[in-house]
Design a protein around this ligand. Structure first.
Ligand code: SF4
Length: 507
């Protein structure tokens, strides 16, 4: 009796909490991946300064030849930790690291930011010469620790860890098929489907299993697979999600974005090709391509919003691409105004580009509170407006009496834009013209990005003029799809643009 009452109360509290939990008014990236393979005997990467500074302890001098036999060194885990910190923007729900010492794979993962999940003690116990790490924002699978990655499983050849960025479009069908054939699933993630397929096809070796697995799975995926003695990176045949490889001493690093390579001091080698399987082991790096490249369909939203501006994806710098989007926007819509400002931080490169092209001055008219993070308790309805003010504040002395052009990267639900426009008017702006450095986001993403249901996307329900009226701006202009493509000369058709056009490249 008492038990069921407690359970009912708990369920009520959970329900109430879910009512208060506001989904962010932005498309949310699905995941970030980082993997490293250090040869068991070889040159240590030149990390002494970095490690002393962050961990506060001495390690072997750079260049010393050390034996990592038996995995008695946690450098792979430490570097993966730094890599995940660099990729934190790609997922804030959970973080995990799996490490191999050649005989077994250990994993540690939990809900929370990288800094909340890992401390020195945890890292000191993750010993081994190769590791993979993952930060997650849930797209498939609920927000529970059982869905956190990497996923480690045992099969008849030993242990394997899998980390996945993206979304399989046929995961449900595959799960049903595998369940009917006796497989058991613990989590609700696509990654467990992949793990089951690897186990099923592993008669020869991991690479063969992955090649067969790639025939079955459809959708967007970048994968890191850690065997007991090798690290494997995989990119889907369309190249939707990014993955690149770099060199660190005698070792190799794989990461979702090149900024993570920079963070650990690795030298960028190249992006993985669509459909490529890259195997890294004691013998170096070998590449296999199972599937012929079909059309290339890199997610254009990586350039619009998700990726860090200091990252290069598929040979293009993200920050410079955003700047070009701003310039293109200024060519498409000239507005009589005094000042260009941005919604920081993601709108800033495009705002700078807009200012350059239009000849108008750029100023920091909105200031972001960088210390409000994911742990901020989302307020009940009455306090929602204050929540935006907590994150952003208008600089009155900059915008007062000015006709302001405000540049942002996208509008998802419109609620935040509406509050910012009101904030600028209250701060004394005489006109607020909103310009968006991408086309209207009218369609949901099925490839690993958390878009709201289509009904929640304001551009799916309203035309531009209605949206302008809703957010209260004097004018509202979006970058055209042709204009967005034109920012990538010679590669206009290499992108997925489905959330703008509804043309989905993968079934
Ligand atoms: Fe990226 Fe949009 Fe395509 Fe999803 S639908 S992969 S967010 S461009």
């Amino acid at each position: 009796m008492l038990k069921s009452k407690i359970k009912r109360n708990y369920q009520r509290l959970e329900w109430e909490e879910s009512q208060y939990r506001e989904r962010p008014d932005k498309m949310e990236e699905a995941c970030g991946l980082f993997g490293i393979f250090l040869p068991r005997t070889g040159q240590l990467p030149d990390l002494a300064d970095l490690t002393r500074e962050v961990v506060g302890e001495e390690i072997e001098a750079p260049g010393d030849t050390v034996s990592l036999a038996n995995g008695g060194n946690n450098q792979a885990a430490q570097l993966t930790h730094y890599g995940l910190l660099a990729l934190q923007h790609r997922g804030q729900e959970s973080a995990g690291i799996a490490v191999t010492n050649g005989e077994q794979i250990q994993v540690y993962k939990d809900m929370g930011l990288v800094t909340e999940v890992f401390d020195e003690l945890v890292l000191s116990r993750l010993c081994g010469f190769a590791a993979i790490g993952h930060v997650r924002y849930p797209t498939t699978g609920s927000s529970e620790v059982i869905n956190a990655q990497p996923l480690v499983f045992r099969y008849f050849r030993g242990s394997v860890a899998v980390a996945h960025n993206g979304n399989l479009t046929n995961a449900q069908d595959l799960q049903q098929m595998l369940t009917a054939q006796g497989s058991v699933f613990q989590s609700t993630t696509d990654s467990e489907v992949i793990a089951n397929l690897i186990a099923r096809y592993s008669q020869n070796n991991l690479e063969e299993a992955l090649m067969k697995c790639m025939i079955d799975i459809k959708g967007a995926y970048s994968l890191l697979v850690l065997g007991e003695d090798k690290l494997i990176g995989v990119r889907d045949p369309y190249g939707v999600r990014p993955l690149c490889v770099g060199k660190l001493g005698d070792g190799y690093v794989l990461a979702s974005e090149s900024c993570a390579l920079d963070t650990v001091g690795a030298e960028f080698i190249r992006d993985l090709d669509p459909g490529e399987i890259l195997v890294i082991d004691e013998n170096g790096m070998t590449s296999r391509r199972l599937l012929p490249n079909e059309i290339r369909a890199t997610c254009i939203f990586e350039f619009v919003y998700f990726a860090r501006p200091d990252s290069n994806l598929d040979g293009l710098n993200v920050g410079l691409a955003r700047r070009e989007m701003g310039r293109q926007l200024a060519r498409e819509c000239q507005i009589d105004a005094d000042l260009v400002i941005s919604v920081p931080d993601s709108g800033t490169p495009a705002a700078l580009g807009y200012a350059e092209e239009s000849g108008l001055p750029f100023a920091e008219g909105l200031m972001k509170n960088r210390y409000i993070g994911r742990t901020f308790i989302r307020p009940a309805q009455a306090m929602r407006n204050l929540a935006v003010r907590l994150k952003l504040n208008a600089v009155k002395d900059i915008v007062r009496g000015k006709r302001v052009i405000m540049v942002d990267d996208s509008i998802v639900r419109g609620t935040t834009s509406r509050q910012i426009v009101r904030m600028l008017r209250e701060a004394g702006a005489t006109e607020v013209h909103m310009v968006i450095s991408s086309p209207p986001t009218s369609y949901s993403c099925y490839y690993g990005i958390d878009t709201s249901d289509r009904k929640d996307l304001i551009a799916a329900r309203m035309g531009v003029e209605q949206i302008r009226e809703y957010i209260g701006a004097d004018t509202l202009n979006y970058l055209s799809l042709e204009g967005l493509r034109a920012c990538f000369p010679g590669r206009e058709l290499d992108f997925c643009t489905a959330c703008f056009s509804g043309d989905y490249p993968i079934e």
